[in-house]
Design a protein around this ligand. Sequence first.
Ligand SMILES: *Cc1c(COP(=O)(O)O)cnc(C)c1O
Length: 375
Amino acid sequence: MNAKPIQVTSPLLPPLEEFVPYLERIWESRILTNGGSMHQALEKALCAYLGVEHIALFANGTLALVTALQALRITGEVITTPYSFVATAHSLLWNGIKPVFVDVDPVTYNLDPAKVEAAITPQTTAILPVHCYGTPCDVDGIDRIAENYNLKVIYDAAHAFGVRDGRGSVLRHGDLSVLSFHATKVFNTFEGGAIICPDARTKQRIDHLKNFGFVNETTVVAPGINGKMNEVCAAFGLLQLKHIDHALARRAQIDGLYRRLLTGVPGLRSLRPPAGVTGNHAYFPLMVGEEYALQRDQLYQLLRDQKVLVRRYFYPLISEFPMYRGLPSAAAGNLPVASTAARQVLCLPIHPELADEDVMRICDLVTAPARVRAA
Ligand SMILES: *Cc1c(COP(=O)(O)O)cnc(C)c1O
């Protein structure tokens, strides 16, 4: 069999001819960036789609994270998760803030509020949790601690586009939530990101910070960065929004097919969003336990040899990278659940273009070693 490689993800790319009229409008306007009409229209459309009041668009999610921390004047120590993409903690280092890693919950793989409290010191100013794989954090638990200790909460919601809990968008929680619209995410603008803001004043401050700190032609109020989303990316976001519901529905189908085909395989476990949550099926993480016929890395290699390009998100843990591993909180003994997750996880391909036959072939490959062992 000489199948073509199956990527773990593939960008949602609407037909090119649908994008051309947007480009024509940009060419006519001769406005390429700095909050042009596409940028304004996308902010409005995203607020409506996501069910939030205020949003500030960014050139990427990392600049949005860095700016969110600055907007709230976060300093000192911030409690965060080691089980995430490295940009989560990097955004702290870019602000001269010390990350304090706290272990995750074994069901959601999100920051465990029960363990947060013990990590708070007089220097702690905020919590930076991640809705990992789009699974909502224990927002009530985190809120309670933040209130008790007077801490800010910034959610890294890079995985959580469109995720809703029983009461609405998961993005409404905390002081700020940060999205990524990178090409690999559920909703993309090639590169892009955003901050969900609670009020117009906060959005205005963030809009200044993402434009060098300018408030008008001659006044600069902060050492801001250039974090603005350009008009082409914003236009692509507007087009993407027209296709997003269809893409999310297809992701849900693939997720369902995986679950159906992989149930009952000894040693394999998939994550399930908590009751009442509408997920976005951004990822399909599979936990490869000890009862499975192969070790996780053997299954990883077997699938890659068959051109199924699975990924180990999130291995290694952020706390294992050289710029973090010297921190006391980075010790593996402090992070047993995250350490186990990093050893077990394998993210299977999931994206709207993936065919049922691909999913079936992947599941065949995953279940075959278990069948051999059982025989
Ligand atoms: C993708 C991602 C980011 C960074 O977003 P970019 O848009 O790539 O800068 C941050 N945090 C998490 C959890 C991510 O997955």
